[in-house]
Design a protein around this ligand. Structure first.
Ligand SMILES: [Zn+2]
Length: 109
């Protein structure tokens, strides 16, 4: 299971939590519980990739997550975020709305 570490560094990324397996970095101890649940899904996604590639997989996960395709839509990121939001019980329509928000998910629009 990923270890939760509190640090103000996540603020630099304008995030409330960032997962880099085997750690989940959070900006404070009193985040809504769904945030941690969401991040634990990302930790599990990264753990799977890290095991496949013996660590290299984790770099591939992050490369795919951060890549901005010419059209701006990141299929990998959308797929992983959709899985993480579904796990916390967010309705499908709300997830799609979230995924299409600029600039986090649709980088050029
Ligand atoms: Zn996420």
């Amino acid at each position: 299971m990923a270890k939760v570490v509190q640090t103000s560094v996540v603020r630099w990324f304008r995030a409330s939590a960032i997962t880099v397996w085997p750690f989940i970095f959070v900006m404070s101890d009193n985040l809504p519980s769904w945030v941690l649940k969401h991040e634990r899904v990302h930790a599990e996604q990264q753990r799977r990739w890290a095991l496949y590639g013996l660590g290299v997989g984790l770099l591939v996960w992050w490369a795919l997550y951060l890549i901005a395709l010419p059209v701006g839509w990141n299929w990998w990121r959308a797929r992983w975020e959709r899985e993480a939001y579904l796990a916390v019980g967010m309705p499908k329509e709300a997830i799609e709305h979230e995924l299409h928000k600029a600039p986090y998910y649709l980088w050029w629009m």
